[in-house]
Design a protein around this ligand. Structure first.
Ligand code: SF4
Length: 376
């Protein structure tokens, strides 16, 4: 069954840090992040979006703080949400000091971009004082000019050299609570850069294919790039960057992590592509149930297959399975065929009911197991 399946991936050993209550690195579950795209000073809209991201399963949300006015808004936003927030700051170190004071759980700032040494020192002192980490975010689109001239174009080596420069600022101040990203929109460039960086530093790596594209193309590009890295054990936290509703970024990230068995959340649908042999409308059933069952966070494999060609084999591997049959379809729980058969014309409602019942049984058995452990 799905719940027992372990990922064969050997993860890279990284050092650990905390972003609020979320552990990053050192074997912690790979955390899923997104970023708000509201105007930060529009506090109510930003809070609503953060809550939607949290509801979708985000572990951490990044908020851009481009001005002092936005820093004041950040303070209000922080007081209205419970999920850890990363404040995204460029150039102006005073904003970093302000949001650290206002409760930011992490600062995304590149030390090399904030000028004189005393300014870097002030930001690091604030991070240390408030016990928050820093994320260094190198991006191929904003590589330092001298590195562009040295390498001719953004190359993996150039991205890593840029990262190491920023890291050097923190090293000199003996500040080790940082994570690093080396993002690019080109999959090969990003993957190569992350591979190189993973060999150079022990700190956690935040993965992303930046400016990946729209919902479909960006999801595919991100899945290829991040999938390669994650399968090699590289990566401690991820963001899927899509020109789409940020909630979609969270959904795609979880689908990716589920496919690699690195995280589980909610239902993992296994469905056939359908053909003329299908005994009920598989596509409509899957699409409708994906929406109806979005509230379920318990991990569950559900196999929805249109006929007996592949149905029984898939159902035997799933927590809940249905195999198309004439008028009524075969139904499986925990891989075991049940006497009950589902009415093909009422498939969506009946299957939803059965899935919810199975989730309730799992939750109840978990509670009993916890109670037994507590009483021992
Ligand atoms: Fe067609 Fe059956 Fe294969 Fe689905 S499982 S694609 S219905 S043959």
């Amino acid at each position: 069954m799905s719940l027992a399946k372990k990922s064969p991936i050997q993860r890279r050993c990284s050092t650990g840090l905390m972003v609020g209550s979320v552990p990053i690195g050192a074997g912690a579950p790979i955390s899923v992040q997104s970023m708000t795209n509201t105007v930060t000073t529009e506090v109510a809209k930003t809070v609503t979006q953060i809550q939607a991201l949290q509801q979708a399963g985000a572990d951490i949300v990044r908020v851009s703080v481009p001005t002092m006015e936005a820093a004041e808004a950040f303070k209000q936003i922080k007081s209205q949400v419970s999920i850890p927030l990363v404040a995204d700051i460029h150039f102006d170190y005073r904003i970093a000091l302000k949001v650290a004071e206002y409760g930011a759980d992490c600062l995304r700032i590149n030390p090399g971009n904030i000028g004189q040494a005393d300014r870097v020192q002030a930001v690091v002192a604030a991070a240390r004082h408030h016990q928050i980490p820093i994320r260094i975010g190198v991006n191929a689109g904003s590589l330092e000019r001298d590195l562009q001239e040295k390498y001719g174009e953004p190359t993996p080596e150039a991205l890593v050299e840029s990262a190491l420069r920023h890291i050097d600022h923190l090293d000199r101040l003996d500040f080790q609570a940082f994570k690093v990203s080396v993002k690019a929109s080109d999959v090969f460039l990003a993957v190569h850069a992350y591979r190189l960086l993973a060999q150079r530093i022990p700190q956690p790596l935040h993965l992303g294919i930046t400016e990946a594209g729209g919902l479909r193309s960006g999801a595919v590009k991100s899945a290829v790039g991040l999938g390669l890295l994650l399968a090699e054990g590289i990566g401690d936290t991820v963001r899927i960057s899509l020109a789409a509703d940020p909630v979609q970024e969270i959904k795609v990230a979880f689908d990716l992590l589920k496919a690699l068995r690195l995280r589980s959340r909610g239902i993992n649908f296994i469905a056939c592509p359908t053909c003329s042999r299908q005994e009920f409308d598989v596509i409509n059933t899957v699409n409708t149930l994906e929406q109806r069952l979005e509230d379920i966070t318990t991990p569950l494999d559900v196999s929805i297959i249109g006929c007996v060609v592949n149905g029984p084999g898939e159902a035997q591997q799933a927590d809940v399975g249905v195999t198309g049959g004439h008028k009524r379809s075969g139904f499986y729980i925990n891989g075991v065929r049940q006497k009950l058969r589902l009415d093909n014309h009422a498939m969506i409602d009946e299957l939803e009911q059965q899935i919810r019942a199975q989730v309730a049984r799992l939750i109840s058995s978990d509670r009993i197991a916890i109670q037994q452990l507590e009483s021992e």
